[in-house]
Design a protein around this ligand. Sequence first.
Ligand SMILES: [Zn+2]
Length: 389
Amino acid sequence: MHEVCHRKTDSPLGGTLASAPIDSDTVIEVTAQPGFLGLGQPTARAIATRAAVGGRLQRTLLVHGPAGAGKDAFVDDLLGLLFCTDAEGSRRPCNACRGCRLARARSHPDLVIGSPERWREERAQGESIVGAARRWLLNTAGAPVAAERRVIVIEHADLANEQAQNVLLKVLEEPGERHMFVLVADEPSRLLPTIRSRAQPLRIGPVPRDELVAWLVDRERLPADQADALARISGGLSGTAVSFARDARLVDWRRTAQQQLLDLLSRGTADRFGAVRDLLDAAASLALEAPPADDDQLSSAAQRAAALMVVDAWLDLGRDLLVVRAGRPAFAPSRELLSGVEAAAGRIGQAELMRCMRRLEQIRDALLQNAAPRLAMEVAMLAWPSVHG
Ligand SMILES: [Zn+2]
């Protein structure tokens, strides 16, 4: 009964490279069962549903949470709720009407989707990103053609620079009667406080492990032990878990990358810098749906997505080292690496490990703000502790 074609998940890559574009005639089988189809998020669900049914929705919603948490799936549900035409409000999203179907396929005529990446790509010659953002926002101002309102989704809103955010703020300050904005962000603190204060926050977070396991068994048809393993390594983030479930290469890649990083603990700077290219190339080959036309010319966006994948796997490894150091190996998700993690954890000081983790978090932020991927990785290599003997 859960035959939903769930073709897009929050990528664990922190970017959109791995998600295929959706064409308007994508066939989506939807259960006739009404309600949200995503997993968990009871608070965000309740806020959105209550406000929608009561006609008290704010004009700007902010769907936020870590990469891989399932924000895209939640936005799908939210769009269903907003575009559903079922006469009975409490049945929305009914998942059967045309409004629901078009909303979930993201091809509703009153749905507009943009992002800072798209503004960058769609710049006219000589146009700045801010100019492109302004032009795009002006184009969204038209009246709805089929629904009560036009819904404007801005993905990765937190990656817009300050000037572009100011342009957005102007639009949010003078909302059209029949326009609604849905901002999607990994890190809301990167948004202007004046934007945040205008938006109803809807937080998407990790879900309890047993719920995630049951959902993976049901939706992804995974055997229970495999579902359990994925729920562990994804840290309860449903989008990440689904990406892992659909692409076994991601799980293998992650294990290999973490093993490589463990090995580098006992290596010098030259070996560490030498490994940067391997790590980035392996991640990039997964981050891209298709290899780049020019082999040597990985786009900077692909390189950044690859570097983010590595840093995320690295941070997870650091957390594993910390919990094993604290004598709680049962909480370390990477069972396959456990012996290597245990051996290393005993030889690294906790303060040093914590310092390294903070550095990795900063590097992750820097990458999201367009830092050079290779350089960022080299800085991370220098922060990685040294273990001798
Ligand atoms: Zn409906």
